[in-house]
Design a binder for this molecule. Structure first.
Ligand code: NAD
Length: 538
């Protein structure tokens, strides 16, 4: 049976992706503008921690600012300490004793209610993504759709997993079924603060686990809105606990707790590996080996073959490299161009990059907005200096005159002279693109695979033979042929990398939920020799 013959499970066949908003329609543009105003009128509000169904304030607070206009405070969020982390784990553990017994169908219905809650507030959430995270309109809107998709998809996928797998023999019944694992700590990044947080949380909940939800500091208000939506869906007390806070402080306490069974993490390689290591240390009070699900960074490449359609390739590379200022884990940060097409490609690329418009994310006319915060601004600026020293500069748009306004960094393109230079190897997570020249296709694959990552990758080629080689030789979790490499859509493009990009799981795909559960096989000898009498069967 070939791969495409593998049938889709019954319930998942009904899945349909949520449509994005059509901003070419005046009424949608007007609604988005109004939502931006409404969110702005709420600026300065405080958001609490929520443990065991109770809102709590904390001694410390996270001040969330608009990266497009850094003096503007979007709001403040209570910042949980270690004591609250422990309280949240206890609450989740108590709630698990009941939640695990709730029928899977019923748990799936909660996800549908959360999906409806997100749908009803889609413009508000998109506006908040623009204002808290500097996401351009279209990216923000697509992220809301993705959050809805995760809820709908996992709710259907769970319904498929409920049915037990039977393998009976005469005189023996065998049943394979799934059980929840227990308390799940969800630790999310700021770059997809709604979709990724929703996806990991929804997967844990629908599989019967209870959750301590720890969002990224930079996007805590988006997360607070998700918590409001989940609360309105009526989840039982303690099943979902909202624990915003400083990751370096409460993260290790959450990960090392003997009462935590699963850690679902998405973020940087550095933090992901530290979590993996800490979770592997066994506490004598622990009753299960912790399951770590870690989705980490990338240094993704697009290969441009000698015969590629250059109009398509330039557009695809630009969208993939500079969308959301290069702050997508799937972003293209290296373009590897075959030598015969190198000059023509670079000339077009440079012209196109120089025309990109950078400005406040709330302006629908910009190509991309600011980077997320000062720390990112400084780190990316350092890499620009390294690039200027170690590489040939092809494009350098200097926006430092706007640094008092927001965290704006113009697009930069460097021609790589040494394959192992930092600009060619490190995940920079900003609007910086490295261009590399390849002698031939063998060399192109060697360069593409020549980092420790394996997340996304792509090739533009008109040669069926070369596309076939890419399928075999390009080591990435998500490979794209003749298109951009960002914008994975739930079910159509299950997403996740391997090597040092992740443990190899696929969010939004058919296997994802299995990691949150334990398979149990029950065998019964049915060659009965009579039942013992009891009050029930007498
Ligand atoms: P990050 O690793 O800095 O932070 C992620 C989360 O970890 C945050 O909630 C943070 O508070 C928490 N954290 C920080 N230190 C911790 C510790 N010691 N213990 C436990 N938790 C801790 O990442 P980020 O800057 O928020 O996100 C950007 C990174 O995420 C990039 O590397 C990007 O490639 C990656 N990412 C990967 C995917 C994927 O699917 N592979 C998707 C999105 C983002």
């Amino acid at each position: 049976m070939s791969a495409e013959d593998r049938p889709k499970p019954i319930h998942v066949q009904r899945f349909q992706n949520e449509p994005n908003t059509d901003f070419s329609r005046a009424e949608n543009r007007a609604e988005m503008k109004q939502a931006l105003k409404d969110v702005e009128s709420d600026f300065g509000a405080d958001y609490p921690v929520n443990i065991d169904g109770k809102a709590q304030d904390c001694r410390a607070h996270i001040v969330s600012r608009n990266p497009s206009d850094k003096e503007t405070v979007v709001g403040t969020v209570a910042s949980a300490g270690i004591e609250q982390a422990e309280e949240a784990i206890e609450a989740a553990q108590r709630a698990w004793s009941q939640w695990r017994k709730v029928p899977a169908d019923h748990r799936a219905e909660y996800l549908e209610l959360i999906a409806t809650g997100i749908r009803n507030r889609r413009f508000e959430l998109a506006a908040l993504l623009v204002l808290e995270c500097g996401k351009p309109w279209k990216d923000a809107d697509a992220e809301v759709s993705e959050a809805i998709d995760f809820c709908q998809y996992y709710s259907l996928a769970m319904r498929d997993l409920v049915s037990e797998l039977r393998c009976d023999y005469p005189g023996e019944e065998n049943t394979l079924c799934y059980r929840s694992r227990g308390v799940t700590v969800v630790i999310a990044p700021w770059n997809f603060p709604l979709a990724i947080l929703t996806g990991m949380t929804a997967a844990a909940l629908v599989t019967g686990n209870t959750v301590v939800m720890k969002p990224a500091e930079q996007s805590s208000i988006v997360a607070a809105k998700l918590m409001e939506i989940a609360r309105d869906a009526g989840l039982p007390t303690g099943v979902l606990n909202f624990l915003p806070g400083n990751g370096e402080e409460i993260g290790p306490a959450l990960v090392s707790s003997p009462d935590v069974d699963v850690i679902a993490f998405t973020g940087s390689q550095e933090v992901g590996l530290s979590i993996n290591e800490l979770a592997a240390k066994t506490d004598p009070r622990q009753v299960s080996v912790k399951q770590v699900i870690a989705e980490m960074g990338g240094k993704n490449a697009i290969i441009v073959d000698d015969d590629a359609d250059l109009d398509d390739a330039v557009q695809g590379v630009i969208d993939s490299a500079f969308g959301y200022a290069g702050q997508k884990c799937s972003a293209c940060s290296r373009v590897i161009v075959l030598k015969n097409t190198y000059d023509a490609f670079v000339e077009r690329l440079v012209n196109a990059v120089e025309s990109l418009v950078v400005g406040p994310a709330s302006d629908p006319g910009v190509d991309f907005g600011p980077v997320i915060e000062q720390e990112a601004y400084d780190r990316i600026s350092d890499y620009i200096e390294v690039g200027a020293e170690e590489c040939e500069t092809l494009v350098a748009i200097d926006l430092s005159d706007r640094k008092d306004e927001g965290f704006y960094i113009g697009p930069h393109v460097f021609n790589i002279l040494e394959e192992d230079s930092r600009v060619a190897q490190d995940e920079i997570f900003g609007p910086i693109l490295a261009v590399m020249k390849a002698r031939d296709l063998d060399h192109a694959f060697k360069l593409a695979n020549g980092t420790q990552y394996a997340l996304t990758g792509g090739i533009y080629s008109r040669s069926p033979k070369n596309l076939e080689r890419a399928r075999e030789e390009f080591l990435v979790g998500n490979l794209y042929l003749n298109r951009g490499i960002t914008g994975a859509i739930v079910q159509r493009h299950p997403f996740g990398g391997f090597r040092m990009s992740g443990i190899g799981t696929k969010a939004g795909g058919p296997d994802y939920l299995l990691q949150f559960m334990l398979p149990v096989n029950i065998t019964e000898n049915t060659m009965r020799r009579g039942f013992a009498p009891s009050a029930d069967n007498e």
